[in-house]
Design a protein around this ligand. Structure first.
Ligand code: NDP
Length: 334
């Protein structure tokens, strides 16, 4: 059988962490025959709560779960890690400026990047969930010079899944009949969920999504709703989304490790300059996973002729990523 993989989860005592851990331990992150060793990182005040979750993991008697370690020391948490889910982050407090938020997160993700550099396994795969996720991933990567930049990614899979679900509901299709949606850019309100190359299978034949929906629905409902779905969940549920965020994190890592068999999805990965996104930014692209690595799929420029303004939407979200990068650079965090 496969040898065990060490999976590190930061912010393990938080809401998303709670929704993630049983799924990882049950084999849904890496597959049904890969044993896992869970390392849970928390800040000192939350270590006890994480220990409580570790007790629940023990009580679940997962056959694939080899061990659980709870710690507040990054070097220990990332020791030998093959997968790292960076969930813990500093939330925006009242009256906090953007620079304060970026700086507070720089103090978290810089040292974690360094600990990954020095202690993780050679084939470490990092997914950043904690916001601002793209820029936190950039900071971590900058502090891990020995780890290839391709191994630091940020999560836009939840945005992708939300977009798939919205299109399916609106067209009356099943989720499995939707293909080719791309989330571009930043995991923020500027993200561009792009339907210009999406298809919906109707009665066995594949149709362009934009032939099945009204332009007004795309501009006025679909795009803003996907981008603001987090706020909608808070309003209805009375708390942040956690299960869906955890589910998207599982999807991202599972696909990264096991491949997507040609099926496209969205992930924020380091730019090679594709689509005019400056090299080195961690931006969401249309991707497939092959041989254990994400590949940007070429030839899918947002189609202006199908959706006027599509090119500008991509440019806007990329400009926001550049401005976040410039801000953390001027704070000395890169
Ligand atoms: P959550 O577990 O709900 O969220 C964690 C992070 O994920 C936040 O940055 C949140 O961003 C982000 N996020 C990304 N996508 C989503 C989404 N769709 N829905 C909701 N959140 C999303 O936060 P909690 O406050 O419950 O828990 C955070 C934990 O992290 C705490 O236990 C804290 O102690 C810990 N922590 C650990 C650190 C460490 O290990 N070194 C460092 C800092 C904190 P947003 O704020 O924008 O919603």
């Amino acid at each position: 059988s496969a040898s065990p993989v060490t999976v590190t989860v930061t912010g393990a005592a938080g809401n998303i962490g709670y929704a993630l851990l049983c799924r990882i331990a049950s084999g849904q992150l890496l597959g049904p025959d890969v044993p896992v060793r869970l390392n849970l990182l928390e800040i000192p005040d939350a270590v006890r709560a994480a220990e409580g979750t570790a007790m629940e993991l023990a009580d679940s008697a997962f056959p694939l779960l080899d061990s659980v370690t709870v710690t507040d020391r990054a070097e220990r948490a990332f020791d030998g890690a093959g997968v790292a889910l960076l969930v813990g982050a500093r939330p925006r407090g009242k009256g906090m400026e953007r620079a304060d938020l970026l700086e507070a997160n720089g103090r978290i993700f810089g040292p974690q990047g360094r600990a990954i550099n020095d202690h993780a396994a050679d084939d470490i795969r990092v997914l950043v969930v904690g916001n601002p996720a793209n820029t936190n991933a950039l900071i971590a990567s900058a502090h891990a010079p020995d780890v290839p930049a391709e191994r630091f990614t940020a999560m836009t899979r939840l945005d992708h899944n939300r977009a798939v679900s919205q299109l399916a509901a609106h067209t009356g299709a099943a989720v499995r009949d939707i293909e080719g949606i791309t989330i571009w850019g930043n995991h923020s309100a500027t993200q561009f969920p792009d339907l210009t190359h999406a298809t919906v299978t109707v009665d066995g034949s594949s149709r362009p999504a934009l032939e099945l929906v009204e332009r007004a629905w795309v501009d006025e409902e679909f795009i803003p709703r996907v981008a603001k779905r987090g706020a909608e969940i808070i309003e209805v549920r009375g708390a942040s989304s956690a299960a869906s965020a955890a589910s998207a994190a599982i999807d991202h890592v599972y696909d990264w490790v096991n491949g997507t068999q040609g099926r496209r999805t969205s992930a924020a990965i380091v730019s090679d300059g594709s689509y005019g996104v400056p090299e080195g930014l961690i931006s969401s692209f249309p991707v497939v996973s092959e041989g254990g690595a994400w590949q940007i799929v070429p030839g899918l420029e947002p189609d202006e002729s199908l959706l006027p303004g599509a090119g500008e939407r991509l440019a806007t979200t990329v400009a926001e990523l550049e401005s976040e990068r410039d801000a953390v650079r001027s704070l000395g965090l890169l």
